[in-house]
Write a protein that binds this ligand. Sequence first.
Ligand code: CAA
Length: 258
Amino acid sequence: MEYENILVERPVEGVGLIRLNRPRQFNALNSALLSELSDAFEVLDRDDAIGCIVITGNDKVFAAGADIKEMADAGAVEMLTRDFVGLFDRIRAVRKPIIAAVSGWALGGGCELAMSCDMIVASESARFGQPEINLGVIPGAGGTQRLTRAVGKAIAMEMVLNDRRLSAQEAYDFGLVNRVAPVESYLDEALELARSIASRAPIAVRLAKEAVNKAFELPLGEGLEFERRNFYFLFATEDQKEGMKAFLEKRPPEWKGR
Ligand code: CAA
C-alpha cells in the first residue's frame, strides 16, 4: 500500500523500517499520519518475514508532537469522538518488538510515540520533551504515565509541568533510552539491534516482550505467574527443543518460529 505521510522499507533481513515523512511540518502527527502508521504497524506485525520493526524520523526531527494546526479549533466532544490519540493504542497492540531511532526533536506526541516503542536508540542530537503545558494542555498519549515510569517522578514532573527538555545523554542517564550514537550512525545501530533481535526465536521474543511489558501493569505476584506460565509454555515449541539441543551439541540453533 502507498502511504502519503510515511515510508515503509525493508532495509535488512527480518526488519521493517517506518520513516515519518512530513519534514516541512517537523513530522507533526496529524490523524492521517497516525492512521497510516497504525496500518503499517499492523501489516508488518502480520508479516512472518519480519521479526522486529524500527520507526524513525529524519536526522533533524523525530516528531514535533501532535499537529497543533489540526487540533487548535477542536472542541472537547470532537476530540473525544475523533479520538486520534486512540491510534496510539494500536501501537501498543503490536506483538513484535519496536525500536524508535530518534534524532533531533521528540516533543509532545513525538516523545510519547518514542516511549510507546519497546526500545529507543538516540542520536547525540536527540531532544526529548513534553511541552504541552505551553499550549494550555497536558500530554494526552501517555506522556504523564510512560515518562514517570521511565525517568521517575521528579524529572517527569519538571518535564510535564515546566517544559524541561532532556538531551540524549540525560535521557540515557535517566533510563529513557537504550543507547546514544553519533548522528551519522544512530539509524544503523538501531537497524543492527533490530536485525539481531529478528534473528532470535520468534515465539520466545514475542513472549519476552509481553512479559517485560506486564511488569508495568501487574502486581509482582501476578507478573511472576505470567512469566512462569509462558516459560513452561515455551517447552511446547520446536524452537525450545532445537535451542537446547543445539547448545548441548555446541552448534548454532536454527529457529523455525514453531
Ligand atoms: N504541529 C503543527 N506544526 C508544527 C508542529 C506541530 N506540533 N511543530 C512544528 N510545526 C511546524 C511549524 O508550524 C512550522 O511550520 P511553518 O513553516 O508552516 O510555519 C514548521 O513546523 C517549523 O517549525 P518552527 O518554525 O517552529 O521551527 P523551529 O526550528 O523554530 O522550532 C520546534 C522547532 C522546537 C519543534 C517547534 O516547532 C515547536 O516547539 N513545535 C511544537 C512542539 C509542541 O508543542 N509539541 C506538542 C504538541 S501537542 C501534543 O503532542 C499533544 C499530545 O500529547 C498528543
